[in-house]
Design a protein around this ligand. Structure first.
Ligand code: ATP
Ligand code: MG
Length: 499
């Protein structure tokens, strides 16, 4: 491997020396035959090599190598632990590169979320080099090098083997096992988007580009590598990744990569619910929830993640409004480095289905507090078939939902227990988002109710403990004219009134 890459670079740099004036702009016209037949060669950098892609046929590709002076990636911006891993691999005779989102983000001047390393060392060889290493994964074996809470993921280059071989793909074309190791020139075709397929080589600080990723980053373009349908079938999560990167980076998904998503979205049904949960978190908790959500709706993919939420949006446009405000609030919190819990957006997404079904059974006579728990259990168990939400968050979601009606209490122990509720803040935030969303909704009464609740609970939080005590215990217990009614009928009335 090392020999291969060295000879490639020597050739590239020897031809480069023959150039009188290297022109950085040349690199940006690097073509990738996989997408375009147009040739516009920058002879000093380009070496033709052959690698078979995951597309049906073997094709030859050009590699463009950007030397240190020709790109903006500085080691000052690379995480120290990632550098440590890269250097140790390199010094031990392996080829090691920073790869994926870190290279992309550094080229864009962004701070990478994580630093992934790719190497020709096998996971076992990596394991021998680092005491703090663990091998993980079955479908895709990787080495994780731990530094306290930080993990540097080290992936071995994947080879270009026959993916149709039995046991590697399932009947829909999804790759279920991918552990045949190979070389960088093969690994590149296994990556998803050209922008994610650049390699920063620690041996000489160059960036290796087989697929025109450098130019695509410059053009803010997302292009799936290889035959688009095949690649989405191999891993349908790539469709969600397309939306996520488009939202995060403000990149345009190109036509070829975009159109099949409308047809192939249903393949997400075959993805394990736990993996989809991880993807959902990345979509909604990376500071770009609003745009990600809009794209999920535009490509009609929400139905495969949150079928009930999707139905409720399709039935009632105003549901989308609440959700967009909730997403915006999450984005703002992330921008301001505030804590966010997945339970908040997940509760918002499922609130309408929970609330409308609860109302139906309360109308038939079931007490509200029993009804909401029953409905919550049902909806959460249906939801677990698409995106499985960890239990610690489903219990917070239940709390957020349960609190919505209890915010009608204004006095006494009941109101006090709302104020002291462990999840008060999340419930209150959601209440105010609902109030904001119905601002111009048809139902004046509903708006007034929500607004009044939101204002009252906002005010009480600003009071001292003493003032709170007197507010809660020296005002009339019931909000209006409820005296003489049973507790159950009061609760039921409140439940109906809520939404
Ligand atoms: P982020 O900024 O979210 O970390 P990323 O591009 O680094 O974005 P990761 O999930 O960290 O995404 O993956 C690292 C790299 O591994 C990607 O850039 C891509 O090259 C490759 N990769 C990850 N998931 C897939 C996939 N499903 N199919 C093909 N390649 C993938
Ligand atoms: Mg990453």
């Amino acid at each position: 491997m090392l020999k291969w890459i060295k000879s490639l670079k020597n050739k590239a740099s020897s031809s480069k020396r023959s150039r009188s004036e290297p022109d950085a702009a040349d690199h940006h016209v690097a073509r990738h035959p996989i997408r375009s037949k147009a040739k516009n060669k920058s002879k000093n950098k380009i070496k033709r090599t052959t690698a078979s892609s995951t597309a049906k046929n073997s094709v030859s590709h050009d590699v463009v190598i950007f030397s240190r002076g020709e790109h903006c990636i500085s080691r000052d911006n690379i995480d120290d632990h990632a550098l440590k891993v890269l250097y140790r691999l390199h010094k031990s005779g392996y080829h090691a590169c920073l790869v994926g989102g870190a290279v992309r983000d550094l080229l864009l001047g962004l701070t990478p979320k994580d630093f992934d390393v790719a190497t020709d060392a096998t996971p076992e060889q990596v394991n021998k080099l680092f005491r703090n290493c663990r091998i993980i994964g079955r479908r895709f074996r990787l080495a994780h090098v731990h530094f306290g809470r930080q993990i540097i993921e080290v992936a071995t280059y994947r080879a270009n083997h026959d993916l149709t071989q039995s046991g590697i793909q399932d009947e829909t074309g999804r790759i279920v096992r991918d552990n045949v190791f190979g070389e960088l020139a093969e690994d590149v075709w296994r990556r998803d988007f050209t922008a994610n397929a650049l390699y920063y080589d620690i041996s000489d600080f160059s960036v290796i580009d087989f697929v025109g990723g450098f130019e695509d980053i410059k053009q803010k373009r997302l292009h799936l590598i290889g035959d688009v349908e095949t690649r989405y079938r191999e891993d349908p999560v790539r469709m969600l990744r397309a939306l996520r990167f488009s939202a995060k980076l403000n990149f345009e998904i190109d036509q070829d990569s975009k159109l099949p998503i409308y047809e192939l979205g249903h393949l997400l049904k075959d993805i394990p619910a736990a993996r989809l949960y991880e993807e959902v978190l990345k979509l909604f908790h990376s500071g770009h929830a609003v745009r990600s959500f809009e794209l999920l709706l535009e490509f009609d993919l929400l139905q495969y993640l949150f079928p009930e939420a999707d139905k409720s949006i399709k039935q009632d446009e105003s549901v989308k409004k609440v959700l967009l405000i909730a997403m915006q609030s999450t984005d703002n919190r992330i921008k301001n480095d505030m804590r966010v819990t997945p339970a908040f957006l997940l509760a918002a997404l499922l609130w309408q289905p929970v609330n409308s079904r609860t109302k139906e059974i309360v109308d038939k006579g079931m007490p509200y507090s029993v009804a909401i728990q029953k409905v919550a259990t049902k909806i959460l168990s249906q939801q677990a078939a698409s995106v499985s939400i960890p239990k610690r968050f489903t219990s917070t979601m239940r709390d957020i939902w349960g609190l919505q009606t209890r915010f009608h209490y204004r006095a006494g122990k009941r109101a006090q227990s709302v104020l002291e509720h462990e999840k008060f803040r999340a419930g209150y935030d959601f209440l105010c988002i609902r109030a904001q969303a119905v601002e111009d909704a048809a139902s004046e009464n509903l708006h007034e109710d929500l607004k009044r609740d939101c204002e009252w609970w906002t005010d009480i939080q600003e009071q001292s403990a003493e003032q709170q005590k007197s507010t809660l215990f020296s005002t009339p217990k019931k909000r209006s004219g409820n005296s003489g009614k049973s507790r159950r009928s009061t609760t039921r009335k409140k439940a109906k009134k809520t939404e």
